[in-house]
Design a protein around this ligand. Structure first.
Ligand code: AKG
Ligand code: FE2
Length: 275
């Protein structure tokens, strides 16, 4: 843990240049490595009751949405599994992750104080005839080739939060170190073969792998046991929320609680925080 201070250069604003002191839940070396490698592994960060409450909440959402999912689904040999979206709108255990310091403080250390939620979704994969894994992919697919002179490189940090142990039964996760900085190529489309220089993680439940949104990654197949994970994602305030899953619900938990939320929460939810 260390402190990092960022002062916003907004001196023309009457109350001066706001200074943000961040208690970063990582060492300086971890932050430097994250910048260079495009990923940061935090083992067993979520424990005990907190971990159980997240598993419980995700199981309830899977139960509630399962029928609709099955009804709209065609038979396939291979799929990503079940990806419930907009989780913060659906359960207080998820809304509580909005300001989760071990993730948020690292996002602010890397991207500055002005960050917002890009989304919180889940991924639940099951063993069975259909292979459930993901091909190589990256999350920020907005880079053009060649890079235009005034291209704004988007940054985003995705915390891959594992609620079950990752192993041969559930499926490890693989990332390619340094790939976040490759702006001239994309991951091999639809492929699942090993990529040279990949690292593969088998980690205990409650571990988090933070990745830059451009980092190439993939989940290996779930072979023998159900596997549950969450993706908690932040970008600078001036980027948009994730397009996946369509518009945010207007009648969920966030709509109900918005009036009583503080300014920090509102900014984190995409309301202001830039000029
Ligand atoms: O399940 C995992 O380990 C990663 C999932 C993933 O990359 C995704 O859903 O975008
Ligand atoms: Fe992903």
């Amino acid at each position: 843990m260390h402190k990092r201070t960022y002062t916003l250069l907004s001196g023309h604003i009457e109350d001066g240049s706001p200074t943000h002191e961040i208690d970063v839940h990582a060492t300086q070396k971890e932050i430097q490595d994250f910048e260079k490698q495009g990923y940061l592994l935090r083992e067993s960060l979520i424990k005990g009751d907190h971990l159980e409450s997240l598993k419980y909440a995700l199981d309830r959402i899977v139960e509630a949405e399962w029928e609709t999912k099955l009804a709209t689904r065609s038979a396939r040999d291979r799929s990503w599994g079940f990806i419930p979206r907009h989780l913060m709108h659906k359960d207080p255990a998820f809304l509580d992750l909005l300001k989760f310091p071990p993730v948020l403080s690292v996002c602010r250390a890397m991207m500055g104080p002005l960050v917002r939620l890009r989304g919180l979704s889940g991924r639940v994969s099951f063993p069975g005839e259909e292979i459930q894994d993901t091909p190589w992919h990256q999350h920020l697919r907005v880079v053009s080739n060649p890079i235009p002179p005034w291209f704004s490189q988007p940054h985003c940090i995705d915390a891959l939060i594992y609620l079950d142990d990752l192993n041969e039964d559930t499926g490890p996760v693989a990332v390619v170190p340094g790939s976040h900085a490759w702006l001239d190529r994309e991951p091999p489309s639809k492929e699942v073969d090993a990529v040279e220089s990949q690292v593969v993680f088998e980690v205990p439940a409650g571990s988090i792998v933070m990745v830059h949104g451009n980092t190439w990654h993939r989940a290996l197949p779930t072979r023998r046991k159900k596997r549950r994970m969450l993706i908690l994602s932040y970008t600078p305030t001036w980027l948009r929320k994730s397009p996946h899953g369509g518009p945010s619900p207007t009648d969920g938990l966030i709509a109900q609680r918005f009036e009583e939320m503080d300014e920090e929460a509102r900014i984190l939810l995409g309301h202001g925080g830039y000029s």
